[in-house]
Design a protein around this ligand. Structure first.
Ligand code: PEP
Ligand code: MG
Length: 556
C-alpha cells in the first residue's frame, strides 16, 4: 500500500531504494536473573557474539587498510580480551544473560580505563563501540553506525553526525531521510555534498521498517512508501528530465542583465572536487577542513597529510578562487583532543576560532600547511576563520595569518549576530566576509540546528536573518570588500536571487545545487532581485518572505 510521509526537502532529486537504518546507540539490556540451567547456553552465545564481532572488525580493517586497519584490529583484540571474557562468564554463572553480562563487564573495564590516564582514556570510545557491537548482535538489533550493505540503499536515521557519515560509502547511499536535523544540519549538508536527495525533520522516520522500498523526493520533502512500479518509473522519468534541463545551463553565475555573482562550491576535501568541477563551480567558497580531522578524533592529521589534501583541492582550480576555512571544531563537530568534554552547552562554548586561539599550535600548523600547499600555484587562496564574534577575534586571526607568512587574503565568517552588526569594525582587520547562514540562523533564533522540531526557526528566509545579511553585505560594500554566502541559504534557487538583491557578492553551496541556482539567477535582472529582497525583508515570517519574493520575481 502506497503511503506518503512528509518532511523538509533539503537536497534536490529523487532516490528510490530499500530502507536501511543507521544503527543507534545500544539500549541497556534488562538486568533480570536467568535460571542456572541456561548459563551454559548464554556462555556459548556470548562467546559466539564476541568471535563474530572480532572477525567482522578484522574483515573491515582488511578492507579499509592504513591507519583504520590498525584501529579496527586493536578493537578486535579488545573484543577477545581473555580477562574481559572471563568476567563475562563469571557474570553469566551468577545469573546474568549474555547481553547483560557483556554490558556490565565492559562497564567495569571502561571505568578502569577511564581512570587510567590520557592514553588509555582515549580508548574508551573504541571500547564502547566494541561493546555496542557485541550487545547489538546478542539483542538482534542493527549494528551501531553505518549499515553493512553491498547493495545501494536509502539511509534512514534519527540524525547523522559528521563522525558517522565520514565512514559512508557514497557509491551505496542513494539518499537520506532523518527524523532530526533542520535544513542547515550536517545531514542536509552532507547530502548536498554527495549530491543525493535528502529529507530531514520527518517525524518517526525510524519507524519505517528496514527493507521497505521508498521514493524520496528531496525537493518536496515527500517520502513515498512502497510506490508502485508505474509510480517509480514516472518519478525516475521526471527526475531525469529535470536533470537534463539543468545540465544545459552553464557558464559563470550572473543575472539576466549580466551582474556577476560567482557560483562556488562547498567542499570537505579532495573527494568533492570532481563534482564541483562537473557542476561548473567557479572556485571553492568554503573548504570545510574539519572533515580531514574527523577520521581520527584523537589527534590532528600530520602537517604533510594536510599539505597533500589542501594541494589537491587548490590544484583543481588553477586561476580560480579557493576559500579555505580553518578548523571549525566543537559543538556538533567535537574533536576529542581539542573540545572540552564537559561543556554545559557546546554550541555556545569553545568552538571554531575560540578553540584555535586556545590551541595556537593547531592553527599555526594549518596555516603553514596551506602556505606550503599553495606554493607555486596561480590559485587565489583565501583563508577564513569560523565563529568570529568581534573585532578582537578578527584581529587575532589576521595576526596569526600574517605571522605564518601566508600569501592569501584572510577573512572572517559571519555566523554570530554580533559579527553581522559590527561588520564594519571587523572589516578594519580582515579583507573579506563570508556569511555562514546556518550558524547565523541558529544563534539569531536561539534554535539548535540539529533539532528537527525547530526547523521553522532555522529557515533561512526568516526576515530577521535577511536583515543581518543586509547589514553585513552593506558594510562590506561600503568598505569595498566582498561578502559571500557559504551557508545553505545559498543553495535555495529563489533565495539566491534575494541574497544577490541584498548585496551578497558570491554564493557557495554543495555542488549539486549549482545548476539550479545558476538557472534561477539567469532568469532575473539585478533590479528584480533587489525588489524581491526588499519585499522579503518587509515580511513578517519566513513563509511570507518566500511568497513575497516569488510574487515580485514572477511579476504578479
Ligand atoms: C554555516 O554555519 O553557515 C557554515 C557554513 O558553517 P558550518 O555549516 O560548517 O557550521
Ligand atoms: Mg558554521
Amino acid at each position: 500500500m502506497e503511503k506518503t510521509l512528509r518532511g523538509v526537502g533539503v537536497s534536490h532529486g529523487v532516490a528510490i531504494g530499500q530502507v536501511r537504518h543507521m544503527g543507534t546507540a545500544v539500549l541497556e539490556p534488562p538486568a533480570h536473573q536467568i535460571p542456572t540451567e541456561d548459563a551454559p547456553r548464554e556462555r556459548a552465545r556470548a562467546k559466539q557474539a564476541v568471535d563474530a564481532v572480532a572477525a567482522d572488525l578484522i574483515a573491515r580493517g582488511t578492507l579499509a587498510g592504513g591507519e583504520a586497519q590498525a584501529v579496527l584490529e586493536a578493537q578486535a583484540l579488545m573484543a577477545q580480551d581473555p580477562e574481559l571474557l572471563a568476567d563475562v562468564e563469571r557474570r553469566i554463572t551468577v545469573g546474568s544473560s549474555a547481553e547483560r553480562a557483556v554490558y556490565d563487564a565492559f562497564a567495569a573495564y571502561r571505568a578502569l580505563l577511564a581512570a587510567a590516564g590520557e592514553y588509555l582514556a582515549g580508548r574508551v570510545a573504541d571500547l564502547d563501540d566494541v561493546r555496542n557491537r557485541i550487545v547489538a548482535r546478542l539483542l538482534g538489533v542493527p549494528m551501531p553506525g553505518v549499515p553493512d550493505s553491498d547493495e545501494p540503499y536509502v539511509l534512514f536515521a534519527r540524525d547523522l553526525a559528521p563522525a558517522d557519515t565520514a565512514l559512508l560509502d557514497p557509491t551505496l547511499v542513494l539518499g537520506f531521510v532523518t527524523e532530526e536535523g533542520g535544513p542547515t544540519s550536517h545531514s542536509a549538508i552532507l547530502a548536498r555534498a554527495l549530491g543525493v536527495p535528502a529529507v530531514v525533520a520527518l517525524p518517526n522516520a525510524t519507524d519505517v521498517a528496514e527493507g521497505v522500498v521508498v521514493a524520496v523526493d528531496g525537493s518536496s520533502g515527500e517520502v513515498l512508501l512502497d510506490p508502485s512500479t508505474e509510480k517509480q518509473d514516472e518519478l525516475r522519468r521526471l527526475a531525469a528530465e529535470r536533470k537534463a534541463a539543468l545540465s544545459a545551463s552553464s557558464g559563470p553565475g550572473r543575472t539576466s542583465d549580466g551582474h556577476l555573482v560567482p557560483l562556488l562550491a562547498n567542499v570537505g576535501g579532495p573527494a568533492d572536487v570532481a563534482a564541483a568541477l562537473e557542476a561548473g563551480a567557479e572556485g571553492v567558497g568554503l573548504f570545510r577542513t574539519e572533515f580531514l580531522f574527523l577520521d581520527d578524533s584523537k589527534r590532528a592529521p600530520s602537517e604533510q597529510a594536510q599539505v597533500e589534501a589542501y594541494r589537491k583541492v587548490l590544484e583543481a582550480f588553477p586561476e580560480g578562487r579557493v576559500v579555505v576555512r580553518v578548523l571549525d571544531a566543537g559543538a556538533d563537530k567535537p574533536l576529542e583532543f581539542l573540545t572540552p568534554a564537559d561543556e554545559p552547552n557546546p554550541a555556545l562554548g569553545v568552538r571554531g576560532l575560540r578553540t584555535l586561539l586556545e590551541h595556537p599550535e593547531v592553527l599555526r600548523t594549518q596555516l603553514r600547511a596551506l602556505a606550503a600547499a599553495a606554493e607555486g600555484l596561480p590559485v587565489h587562496l583565501e583563508v577564513m576563520a569560523p565563529m568570529v564574534a568581534d573585532r578582537a577575534d578578527a584581529k587575532a586571526f589576521a595576526e596569526a595569518c600574517r605571522e605564518a607568512g601566508l600569501q592569501a587574503k584572510y577573512g572572517a565568517m559571519v555566523e554570530i549576530p554580533s559579527a553581522a552588526l559590527r561588520a564594519r569594525a571587523i572589516l578594519e582587520e580582515v579583507e573579506f566576509l563570508s556569511l555562514g547562514t546556518n550558524d547565523l540562523a541558529q544563534y539569531t533564533f536561539a534554535a539548535d540546528r540539529q533539532v528537527g522540531a525547530l526547523a521553522r526557526l532555522q529557515d533561512p528566509w526568516q526576515p530577521a536573518l535577511l536583515d543581518l545579511i543586509a547589514a553585513a553585505a552593506g558594510a562590506a560594500k561600503a568598505a569595498g570588500r566582498s561578502c559571500g554566502v557559504c551557508g545553505e541559504a545559498a543553495a535555495d534557487p529563489l533565495l539566491a536571487c534575494v541574497l544577490t538583491g541584498l548585496g551578497v557578492t558570491s554564493l557557495s553551496m554543495g555542488s549539486a545545487s549549482i545548476p539550479y541556482v545558476r538557472a534561477s539567477l539567469a532568469t532575473y535582472t539585478l533590479a528584480q532581485c533587489q525588489r524581491a529582497a526588499e519585499a522579503a525583508r518587509a515580511a513578517d515570517s519566513a513563509e511570507e518572505a518566500r511568497i513575497a519574493a516569488q510574487q515580485v520575481l514572477s511579476g504578479e
